[in-house]
Ligand binder design. Structure first.
Ligand code: ADP
Length: 467
């Protein structure tokens, strides 16, 4: 509870007139402005119960979510509003921040352009800087294709130059997910030794040495929840786990499944699990699992609950062997929103923190990101030193920028000019990462005030550090 006298008075007034919408809206806005994000979220929800369609309240709730890094939830709140013609341009900018937080820079740039072309006064310099290359109007496309080849679920895969199993099509498959052949392994993930070790034990060893695990009565399979600041490498790590294991990789944005129409979203979820089962060994990766929790409380319809229950029963498997060889990984930037039912034994009972990289890890990430480029002698440590608080995604942005500049120079010189340390330093100077500090601020609130079960103990030393 904030100890701000003005806020206390407002809160007191709202308690006496709980149906006074303007008052509640004012209180929610003040809480948001002063950074009491969880309180603001609760107040906006209460006000929305009085006036469910109010665009100002929806935007306020979404902003509270964005600032808590709950990007999936922010989009869940905004989507009905975004579907209406002439929604407020400021809402488009908010959606762009949420989409960028989800790693969807292309969609974010589209929303941002759309909003600012309707009203230039909603422009946001910092967001523009983070949208980087997408602001030039010629987006570079997804980062993923360089690392993986996507194989549509029903297609015959390319001839096996590797030991991968072919993707097996199934009758009546309605999954919108695709089977990927991961081209990366743990060697491509810099740092995170403890995290890799945890995944090795949980995911890889049981499949690589089943006899040993059987001897101790341990079953393979189960789920792991990866959590941490956006861009710290959760998706990259999941993809690398698939590569390490020689398993297929199915990557599902849970928000995408939930966006489908009633009924078909359930079919899609079932089909996605079936797709993974037909392609075992398979790593089935669900991003944004917090979106599922968000829907459960926001949409009171039986349908939302039904969907959560279905997800959990697919995860549990109809019989002991249903998910044999299917390793379910889930990721979230907002673990505090993930339903406790997910964390029951046998489900995602071992949350694994994916931390922001330290100095050594940043240098190692830079080395990996630059390895296939024409290079002069590089001092990655120097770049790592000036990129404190940068996560993997930020460092990728730095390298992309430096490479683009170098490419332009090389094209005009007519010969490849190698990338230098100085290029990386210059590019680093143009990026201002804010995601980790904001995330740690939110995490601190939860760890300090809502850690009764000890679920966030692992975060304690991190949030106590200075960010
Ligand atoms: P998250 O899923 O946590 O939001 P991503 O996995 O999408 O983050 O990370 C964004 C990009 O940053 C990845 O595609 C990868 O290129 C790079 N990256 C992040 N962490 C690492 C790492 N530890 N080693 C190498 N590259 C990394």
């Amino acid at each position: 509870m904030p100890d701000d006298a003005g806020l206390q008075a407002l809160r007191e007034a709202a308690r006496f007139s709980p149906d006074n919408l303007p008052l509640r809206q004012h209180l929610a806005g003040q809480l948001l402005a002063k950074g009491y994000l969880a309180d603001a979220e609760a107040e906006f929800r209460a006000a929305l119960a009085l006036s469910p369609q109010d665009p100002g309240l929806i935007a306020g709730l979404a902003e509270a979510f964005v600032r808590q890094s709950a990007f999936g939830q922010a989009m869940a709140a905004l989507e009905p509003l975004l579907a209406t013609a002439g929604y407020p341009p400021a809402v488009g900018v908010l959606a762009a921040r949420a989409l960028l937080g989800e790693g969807n820079a292309g969609k974010a740039a589209y929303r941002y352009f759309e909003a600012t072309s309707r009203d230039a006064s909603v422009a946001d310099q910092e967001l523009e800087a983070r949208l980087g290359a997408w602001m030039g109007g010629t987006p570079r496309g997804d980062a993923a294709p360089q690392e993986t080849r996507k194989v549509p679920a029903g297609d015959v895969p390319p001839p096996p130059e590797s030991a991968f199993l072919p993707s097996v099509p199934g009758p009546g498959d309605t999954s919108t997910a695709e089977v990927e052949r991961s081209g990366v392994s743990f060697a491509d993930v810099a740092g995170m030794e403890a995290v890799k070790e945890a995944l090795r034990i949980k995911l890889l060893l049981p499949l690589q040495q089943p006899e040993m695990f059987a001897a101790f009565g341990k079953r393979a399979g189960g789920g792991v929840l990866l959590y941490g600041p956006p861009g710290a490498g959760k998706t990259h790590l999941a993809r690398a786990a698939a590569g390490e294991l020689g398993a297929a990789f199915v990557n599902v944005g849970l928000a995408d499944i939930l966006d489908m129409y009633t009924g078909s979203s359930e079919r899609n979820l079932r089909a996605t699990f079936d797709l993974a089962r037909r392609n075992r060994p398979c790593v089935l990766f669900f991003d944004e699992v917090d979106a599922l929790a968000g829907r459960r409380s926001d949409m009171r319809q039986a349908h939302a609950r039904q969907l959560v229950n279905q997800f959990l029963s697919e995860l549990d498997g109809v019989d002991q062997n249903a998910n044999e060889g299917v390793l379910v990984l889930a990721a979230t930037n907002a673990p505090w929103y993930v339903d406790v039912a997910f964390r029951r034994p046998g489900r995602f009972d071992q949350p694994v923190f994916v931390p922001p990289p330290d100095l050594t890890a940043r240098a190692a990430i830079l080395r990996i990101l630059c390895r296939d480029k024409p290079l002069a002698e590089m001092d990655y440590d120097a770049v790592a030193r000036v990129t404190e608080h940068f996560v993997g995604a930020d460092l990728k942005g730095v390298v992309d920028r430096a490479v683009e500049a170098k490419l332009r120079q090389s094209l005009s010189a007519g010969r490849p000019i190698p990338l230098t340390t100085r290029d990386l330093l210059a590019a680093a100077g143009t990026v201002r990462p804010t995601a980790v500090r904001e995330w740690m601020g939110t995490a601190r609130n939860y760890v300090m005030h809502a850690n009764d079960s000890g679920a966030w103990d692992e975060l304690m030393p991190w949030v106590k550090a200075k960010w």
